[in-house]
Write a protein that binds this ligand. Structure first.
Ligand code: ADP
Ligand code: MG
Length: 326
């Protein structure tokens, strides 16, 4: 499928299979309750499809941002979601609507919210190491599948990893493919910058981006899930970027009290300044910290990854906005 798609040199995909509907979204959906979340240029709201009564999450994306036409970024986001439709850990795309000012992605609703909430929660609500092991395996299976299909996410962080339910703790869904790119046909991508605390050193140095860039973010993510602390966060952007480029990480017992040494070893295998030295998603799944447990999803393990390139029809995904380094 990537061959038949149009891609520009930045790894953005410009053709999609999903039909973009222009009839009013509100004819077919009822918006209910409060916002599920928001980012820089998107608001996500819960809705019910009138025809089926089924719950969904509608992501409203503005086409114009800072005076620029960003429609192609949204099309890329849809294309990536389409290509990941057989990936059980990526949120599924149901429908797409377009108005004069917005594109609306109707997504599977991940009712448990962001894992961020439990990362910063008090002890009784925070993840246990056993929870983190199960969730990390799911994140890695989802990301292994994306990487297998040459897709890099480039904005993996606790706000973009959602849960199907919070209590009891459900399964993860990866969202927000607004910065995602295809690695095939990507000459060299340097200009994309995600969220400061989660961004890899090569991004700050304008060096080429690769699947290893996501692996750094998974190292940061795992650190945060286990400790509730963000490893590189400084008191300002400058300080954060300095901490990242020096790989200044606290692995002491002050932070990791009650966490296994295997977990720390796992994080160290990802927070390496040299991208090619970082573990890949498949290698991570074989790390002793994670490999002692049965895969939570029997039909998706590292030896049998579904192909996202199978010729099928449509489905899709989401968006955010890069922040430039200071
Ligand atoms: P942005 O590109 O603006 O960051 P996201 O796709 O990350 O947009 O969505 C913003 C927030 O909305 C997420 O962090 C999450 O809290 C919520 N959200 C997004 N998609 C869903 C979904 N499918 N189900 C439930 N909540 C969602
Ligand atoms: Mg987001």
């Amino acid at each position: 499928m990537p061959d038949s798609r149009m891609m520009n040199k930045n790894g953005m995909v410009s053709s999609i299979q999903t039909r973009i509907r222009t009839d009013p979204f509100k004819n077919n959906y009822d918006l209910v309750g409060k916002e599920l979340g928001r980012g820089k240029f998107a608001v996500v709201k819960k809705c019910f499809e009138k025809k089926t009564g089924k719950e969904h999450a509608a992501k409203f994306l503005r086409k114009r941002r800072k005076g620029e036409d960003c429609r192609m970024d949204i099309i890329n986001e849809i294309a990536v979601l389409e290509s990941a439709k057989s990936n059980p850990y990526v949120v599924s795309l149901h429908e797409v609507y377009e108005t004069t000012s917005e594109i609306i992605l109707v997504l599977e609703c991940a009712a448990g919210g962001e894992i961020f909430n439990q990362c910063v929660a008090d002890n009784d609500e925070a993840f246990t190491e056993q929870d983190v092991i199960r969730l990390a395996r799911q994140i890695l299976m989802g990301v292994a599948c994306l990487h297998h299909n040459n897709v890099v996410h480039l904005d993996l962080k606790p706000q973009n990893i959602l849960l199907t339910s919070a209590r009891p703790l459900g399964d993860i869904r990866i969202v927000d493919f607004g910065l995602s790119r295809r690695m095939d046909n990507m000459k060299e991508v340097r200009e994309i910058v995600g969220t400061p605390e989660y961004v890899a050193p090569e991004v700050l140095n304008y060096e080429p981006i690769s699947t290893a860039t996501d692996m750094w973010s998974i190292g940061v993510l795992t650190y945060v899930m286990l400790t509730g602390e963000s490893p590189f966060q400084g008191s300002n952007k400058q300080e954060t970027f300095l901490n990242i480029s020096q790989v200044n990480v606290d692995y002491t017992q002050d932070v990791f009290e009650g966490v296994s040494s295997l977990a720390i070893d796992f994080i160290k295998s990802l927070l390496d300044k040299t991208p090619r030295k970082r573990a890949t998603a498949e290698e991570c799944l074989k790390h002793p910290w994670l490999s002692g447990h049965p895969p939570p999803h029997p039909h998706l393990n590292s030896s049998h990854l579904p192909s996202l390139d199978e010729p099928e029809t449509s489905q899709s995904e989401s968006d955010p906005e890069p922040e430039s380094p200071a």
